[in-house]
Each structure stands twice: as C-alpha cells, then as structure tokens.
Design a protein around this ligand. Structure first.
Ligand code: ATP
Ligand code: MG
Length: 242
C-alpha cells in the first residue's frame, strides 16, 4: 500500500505493508512522483485535489490523526501537524478538526526571506544558533522586574518588541521563537479544551532544532506530555494508508 501526502512545501511518499513502514521518500513540491507500480495508492494533502492520478483521495484530517496514532502508539491524544501552516486535530474515539493557525514552517521561511535574506532552512538554523533572544523579545521581567504570579520573569511578554539592532542572528532566532510560541499557546489551549494530556507533534517544522526546543518549552507550561515521534514528517502519508 502506498500513501502520498501532497503538502504545500513537499510531497511525502511511504510504502506500507501489513502495518509496517517499508520505504519513505521526501520530494520537493511539483516534482513528479517516481513511477509506482501499485494498484493500491491513497493520496492526501492540500495539493492532492489537483492530482489526476488513479488513487483514492483521503481526508487530510483523518490521515493526520491516524498517522499520529500509528507513530505514537496512543489511542487518545491531540495532534498538531506543523507544516507550512498548522492543523490541530483531536483523536478520542472520533477524529475532529479542532483548530489551526496560519503560523507554521512557511511563516519561518517567509519572514526569513524578508528579514535575514534566505529561505534556506539550514542557514536560518545556523543564524538562529548564534542569536540572542534578549535582543529581540520583551520579557515579563523587562516590564515588572520579576515574574507575575506563577509566570516566570523570563517568559515572553511581547515577541519582537525589544528589537533595536537588526542583527541577522537575533532576527532568525526571533522568527523561530515567534512561530513556536504562537502555535505552542494555541496547541496548549486546544489540548486543555479537549481534555487531552498527550500531545503528538508531526510535520517537518519540528526538524528545526530551535523550533522544537521552544515549542517543548511552551507546551511544558501547560503541563502536557509532548510526543515528537520518529518519522514525524511522514505521519500524514502513513495515515493515508490506514
Ligand atoms: N530541510 C528542510 N527543507 C525545507 N523545509 C524544512 C526543512 N526542515 C524543516 N523545514 C520546515 O518544514 C516546513 C514544511 O513542512 P511540511 O513539509 O511538513 O509541510 P507541508 O506538509 O508541505 O505543508 P502543509 O501540511 O501545511 O500543506 C517548511 O516550511 C520549513 O519551515
Ligand atoms: Mg503537511
């Protein structure tokens, strides 16, 4: 059984046999999928509706949830697929699209192009690794001198508000932080609203180390159990076959 996820930024192909992942392939968008000799192909993802190929179309929401269940081995959880944008799905006997956000990996690349002059992920990661968030984000302690109630002073009060110099390193880490905290707070509240303790994160954006770290940190504030499964970028393609 073959699953193909035609995402906005990349195409993911998996070969599954009797519930086991055999092959995985990540292709840039628009690149033709290598000829596949199989009568059982399921396709999903935003761009799948434009594909004129002999295959069964599967709901992306269902594919995200089933793929996350497969990779995490959980039966009840909230899943966030952080790809170009963010899609949040609740899995608890039934599968329900809970909410989402226009903030995602695509935002990091778009702002990267604008502010640091590159959409190359490894370059953005490299710049961010040398950046200092204290030169970008306003922290709670910058306003009140300490924390407030149970919020630590080091938490962000306002992303980008403290920016003075336009150092690429600081801008890069600021961009990643903006997106990680923005989706993190949304995921945190979505988990609480759906009474979920386990949160599974899939999509390719978590391959950006600074993003993953900041997202984990933000979700820890909500006291959630966060799972970053292996092969997370293939979750939707895997789920399409299940
Ligand atoms: N090596 C990489 N090359 C390109 N993008 C990467 C890389 N590593 C991480 N990313 C991030 O992954 C994001 C795309 O994730 P993914 O491929 O899961 O999205 P998608 O499935 O195509 O989009 P969507 O699900 O929103 O339709 C990019 O916007 C980028 O921020
Ligand atoms: Mg996707």
């Amino acid at each position: 059984m073959i699953g193909i996820d035609f995402g906005y930024s990349s195409t993911k192909v998996v070969v599954m046999d009797r519930g086991k992942l055999f092959r995985k392939l990540l292709l840039p968008p628009g690149v033709a999928v290598p000829y596949i000799k199989s009568r059982r192909i399921n396709i999903t993802g935003g761009k799948s509706r434009f594909m004129k190929m002999k295959a069964k179309k599967v709901s992306e929401i269902d594919a995200i949830a089933k793929g996350a269940a497969y990779l995490s081995k959980k039966k009840k959880f909230l899943v966030a697929s952080i790809g170009t944008g963010t899609c949040i799905v609740n899995y608890d006997k039934t599968i329900k699209h809970t909410c989402g956000s226009g903030l995602g990996g695509g935002t990091i690349l778009g702002l990267g192009k604008l502010l640091v002059g590159t959409t190359d992920v490894s370059e953005i990661e490299n710049l961010a690794s040398r950046g200092n968030l204290d030169n970008v984000d306003l922290r709670i302690k910058d306003i009140v001198g300490s924390g407030i109630g149970n919020l630590k002073g080091s938490l962000t009060a306002s992303n980008f508000s403290k920016l003075r110099l336009k150092r690429k390193t600081d801008l890069a880490v600021g961009i990643i932080n903006l997106v990680a905290e923005g989706v993190g707070v949304l995921i945190g509240y979505a988990a609480k609203a759906n009474k979920q303790q386990d949160v599974v994160i899939v999509g390719r954006t978590i391959n950006i180390p600074q993003f993953r770290k900041r997202l984990s940190f933000t979700l820890r504030l909500f006291k959630l159990n966060v799972i970053f499964p292996k092969d997370a970028e293939f979750a939707t393609a895997i789920g399409a076959t299940l």
